[in-house]
Design a protein around this ligand. Sequence first.
Ligand SMILES: Cc1cc2nc3c(=O)[nH]c(=O)nc-3n(C[C@H](O)[C@H](O)[C@H](O)COP(=O)(O)O)c2cc1C
Length: 208
Amino acid sequence: MELSPASLSQPDRYKLMIGAIAPRPIALVSTIDAAGRSNLAPFSFFSGVGSDPMLLLFCPANKPDGTEKDSLRNAKPGSEGGRGEFVVNVVPERLAAAMALAAEPLPFGESEFDLTGLATAPSRVVGAPRVAQSPVSFECATRQVIRTNPGVPSGGNIVIGEVVHVHVDDAAINERLHLNPDVLDLVGRLGGLSYCRTRDRFDLRMGR
Ligand SMILES: Cc1cc2nc3c(=O)[nH]c(=O)nc-3n(C[C@H](O)[C@H](O)[C@H](O)COP(=O)(O)O)c2cc1C
């Protein structure tokens, strides 16, 4: 099948993206608004960018009315009216149901921490709390937001953050900073409503 994006509806384009770009890691992003109220939402258009400096990105699409999702409103730089910071919490299988519940589009200012029952823990550097039960949390200072289709429903936004502090559960890491994938037990998102586990793994050398 040959497909031209120009001839596809947005939902069909989205279907192709999430079906083929899989599995995707999940960032459970915690933020606070100007009044200090917390917000939590999952994003699987998420990736690391580089390690020097340590940067990562997540991509909150515009809402159906073209406005910004709460995570973007909170995480965007202070010069754009946001708090300029966010926390990416990773998602083990035991937090998967709460993570999916956190995708509920609550009104701005209402916290998905309350909805899901997930506990907050204070961050060290940024104001937004981390998810206490997550084994790894990256505290980030927002560097830049790139808006690919401002004000348009489903338009993309790339939020780039610099990691300013990392919290790792002691049980998940050794003294050489190797993370234990069995302890992390992370899940990834596939197409539709599907997820995958990271328990089935294999090793390969790079190059020849
Ligand atoms: C596993 C998972 C991954 C998601 N990934 C994204 C994503 O990459 N971009 C996006 O805009 N929404 C994504 N969503 C939907 C958002 O979580 C949802 O719109 C949420 O209400 C946004 O919350 P906020 O307005 O508090 O930021 C995802 C949902 C789930 C369950």
